[in-house]
Design a protein around this ligand. Structure first.
Ligand code: GDP
Ligand code: MG
Length: 176
């Protein structure tokens, strides 16, 4: 089977680790300081359930509660990674605002989404519980993961989970 082309956007408040997760997934390394204003599209081939995918990953510059949802991220995107940091209650608030705007602008009731609580290696500074994250994702009917870009913990899972969510939305049910 030829690879399926999928375009994914990664969004969230500033400094939650969007670029770190993107670079960890695409290049397999943790970069300690990455220009927060850079918007980049990465390409990565990956395989899930014997299907090859060519993923275009759009690493956005970050949003806050006042940001207007960028229209370029509302079109021809198959699914979204919405990221907060488990060390930042503010980033958890902002991710909910981004979600509301996302549904508004796409006009869809269901969009394939993975909610990600990043920076689990900083558990001593945890401000958002796993339960809170889970509950929010459940209310969206979205998938949920906690990750560490730094320790490469569950990073590939984000993208594999999202690709499966996209298949589900397309009506291609994936039984385990
Ligand atoms: P972005 O603004 O959302 O793209 O965030 P960055 O990827 O630029 O990361 C912001 C800061 O958080 C940088 O200093 C990163 O090194 C750091 N960071 C990102 N992910 C993690 C993580 O999983 N653990 C820790 N300890 N730091 C992280
Ligand atoms: Mg960034």
């Amino acid at each position: 089977m030829p690879p399926k082309q999928r375009k994914i956007a990664i969004m969230g408040y500033r400094s939650v680790g969007k670029s770190s997760l993107s670079i960890q997934f695409v290049e397999g390394q943790f970069v300690d300081s990455y220009d927060p204003t850079i918007e980049n599209t990465f390409t990565k081939s990956t395989r899930v359930n014997s299907q090859d995918y060519e993923v275009k990953l759009v690493d956005t510059a970050g949003q806050d509660e006042y940001s207007i949802f960028p229209t370029q991220y509302s079109m021809d995107i198959h699914g979204y990674v919405l990221v907060y940091s488990i060390t930042s209650a503010k980033s958890f608030e902002v991710v909910q605002i981004i979600y509301d705007k996302l549904l508004d602008i796409t006009g869809k009731v269901h969009v394939p989404i993975v909610l990600v609580g990043n920076k689990t290696d900083l558990y001593v500074d945890r401000m958002v519980t796993t339960e809170q994250g889970k509950r929010l994702a459940d209310s969206w009917h979205a998938a949920f993961l906690e990750t560490s870009a730094k320790q490469n913990e569950s990073v590939a899972d984000i993208f594999h989970t999202l690709l499966m969510e996209i298949e589900k939305a397309d009506g291609n049910v994936q039984e385990p």
